[in-house]
Design a protein around this ligand. Structure first.
Ligand code: PEP
Ligand code: MN
Length: 344
């Protein structure tokens, strides 16, 4: 249930509603934004009677919330959320381009790619220091050294860093270095990691699980918001299918649904969806056309030598093309957005 206060409601009337909610054994959560205060009710055991709240002074409306996810839903917060990372904004009118290698391999590699993607218009830099690899024999990332390299890349280029916290144990460390902490597809339902992310002050990029429904994905985001961190960016990265023409199927319909269901920004990772570079640019156009709030793309200056995901990494000139096409697609399908990270 969402209790909407009238515009003239006094602080005392708001406090009285909070007390009435708590008297029922529930938790009251005021919702930010908008001209009037709305108070969400969490932890109710069953449906609540709107009449109970409608009778209280200053209450304009009491709206039952039909979805199992609450804090992430548009029912709770109709206005889209914008996440600010340094001077870059994502969501609700701001389109973000995140690019970089799959993994940080060396300082030279990371910096070379960062300069390329920055010049081509990326607003944030991605790169894994801790890699979730299917095989234990594959390159696992440079660990803390990778994080130190990312920090130097940020100092050098000014690009904020998106990097993955692979587990609860490394979260503190990753959080120290990262501007945005990524939770990978394989960890979408790692509840201790989600709870830890909920206590973080850093924005979290939450990837959709390999076979997660939209409801499961939004419930995973709900864990983070419930923990107190409202800065969540959702990322669709393709789901498992029977197809063998790509690594995963990019679920563009999920983007349309999530935009409707949730106020959180949702971006698309066409690289992990496709698994091959020839599909990355077309899928990026589709993502922007369907309403995604940004893209996260893998780029490498020498993909043949990449230690991970070389086949899906764009060549520098392809990334330049993607950046241009992202902007021209947005001009047609999202004409009100502000593109970030573009060279003036
Ligand atoms: C990544 O973005 O580096 C990654 C491993 O992606 P995913 O979790 O979507 O597989
Ligand atoms: Mn990768």
């Amino acid at each position: 249930m969402l209790v909407v206060m009238s515009q003239q409601a006094t602080p005392e009337q708001i406090d009285a509603v909070v007390a009435a909610i708590e008297a029922k054994g529930c938790v009251a959560r005021p919702i930010p934004g908008g001209e009037r205060v709305a108070i969400g009710i969490l932890y109710n055991k069953g449906p609540m009677d709107p009449g109970y709240f409608l009778g209280l002074p200053g209450v304009k409306d009491a709206i039952p919330v039909t979805r199992p996810y609450k804090l992430v839903s548009r029912e709770f917060q109709p206005k889209g959320t914008t996440i600010q990372v340094s001077d870059v904004r994502i969501g609700n009118g701001y389109l973000a381009l995140i690019a970089g290698p799959c993994a940080v391999e060396s300082e030279k590699q990371a910096l070379t790619i960062a300069r390329i993607v920055r010049k081509a218009g990326a607003g944030l830099y991605r790169g894994g220091a801790f890699k979730p690899r299917t095989s234990p024999y594959s390159f696992q990332g440079l660990g803390e050294e990778g994080l130190r390299i990312l920090a130097r890349v940020r100092d050098e280029t000014g690009l904020p860093i998106v990097t993955e916290a692979l587990d609860h144990e490394v979260f503190d460390l990753v959080e120290e270095y990262a501007d945005v902490v990524q939770i990978g597809a394989r960890n979408m339902q790692n509840y201790s990691l989600l709870r830890r992310a909920g206590r973080s002050k850093k924005p979290v990029l939450l990837k959709r699980g390999l076979s997660a429904t939209i409801e499961e994905w939004l419930m995973a985001a709900e864990y983070i918001l419930e923990g107190g961190n409202t800065q969540v960016i959702l990322c669709e990265r393709g789901v498992r299918s029977f197809a063998d023409h790509n690594r995963n199927i990019l679920d563009v319909s999920a983007v349309a649904v999530v935009c409707k269901e949730s106020h959180l920004p949702v971006i698309v990772d066409p690289s992990h969806a496709a698994g091959r570079r020839d599909q990355v640019i077309p899928l990026s156009r589709a993502a922007v056309a369907v309403g995604a709030h940004g893209l996260m793309v893998e780029v490498h200056h020498a993909p043949e030598q990449a230690l991970s995901d070389g086949a899906q990494s764009l060549y520098p000139e392809q990334f330049e093309m993607l950046s241009r096409q992202m902007n021209s697609t947005a001009e047609v399908f999202q004409p009100k957005v502000t593109m970030v990270g573009r060279e003036a």
